[in-house]
Design a protein around this ligand. Sequence first.
Ligand code: COI
Length: 387
Amino acid sequence: MWKRSPGSQDFNPAQYPKIIPFTGYSASDTKKMKTSLAIPVKKIAKSKLPEINFSNLAFGKVISDHMFVADYVNGEWTDLRIEPYASLQLDPANAALHYGQSIFEGMKAYKNEKGEILIFRGDANARRMNESAARMCMPEIPEEIFMEGLLQLVDLDRNWVPTGKGSSLYIRPFMFAMDNYIGVKPSDTYKFIIFTCPVGAYYSKPVNVKVETKWTRATEGGTGAAKTAGNYAASLYPALQAQKAGYDQLLWTDGKSHSKIEESGTMNVMFDINGTLVTAPTHTGTILKGITRDSVLQLAKDWGKPVEERFLTVSELVEAIENGTLKEAFGTGTAATIAHIAKINIEGKDYTMPSKGPEAFSHKVLAELDGIKYGEIEDPHHWIVKI
Ligand code: COI
């Protein structure tokens, strides 16, 4: 469809339509889809790869060689390209820096034993990014551009995908305003970038969390469901207070009554109460629609485990801990994967979570998700795209 003319090195923005209908990717059509958009590539002069110690990867510190970039100008996405990862030049009046029109996504690619790269649910990330874009008054990024940019970038930097369970290539797509203007209004121009980083675990051990009943992450009508920079900025101060008190993360409660558990910092949260999986619903617009959350709920349903998407109150949680019906609590997220919760602080009192045997749901679901992501077991829901 939108191929460059053979031999041409020039990139013609007019080749790209404003909105491209997208029907979704599956492993079987990857090869066909990959050739549908010709993205010019400028390769790095000297790869940074030989300098990287893959046996000791801190999360998010090491960035791969290339990035995918597209610019939104005059109402359309133009100038799609892959180029060496490098600093950006920004005008001090850049609107994103002042008013926060900035959204992002997080997903991961894995390497199987044959050296194939498997990307987990990238199409779901593309859709969620467009939901964030709508809330933040930003343009949609057509799913085809999102997916093609992603697949071709990861293919080019495929040697950056680490091998071995627990390690992966974290993929960070993001979009931000590019107008240089100090008045408050939606920007007319934007930049969309994808870069990647080889990563190990985000949390290297079970986490201790504190139930937050003073500060608020999100309220109904706010931006809680959007993956937008400001939500994370607003969480920093309360999270820091919790960290100073010895906790890794917060368990956020609703902004109105502070009595209902919503999500944790960097992840959704789930509780196994007497065999039923309980997690906050997403209809209030205050919870991030986690893709790992959705995958875990799907697997639980596949296995016939009762699932309740409802708000668990803080007092119900205390009761379930005290009467022994709480079997386990864990976070779910792309970076966090399945993060076991070891301790919960509620209104100043620490509650230690029950110790789990290998039969715990969180262990089973983590093993199943890893099996799918590393291509070791069947992928019944077509979550994987292979490169
Ligand atoms: C993710 O899990 O991908 C996130 O975006 C969480 C965090 C690293 C900000």
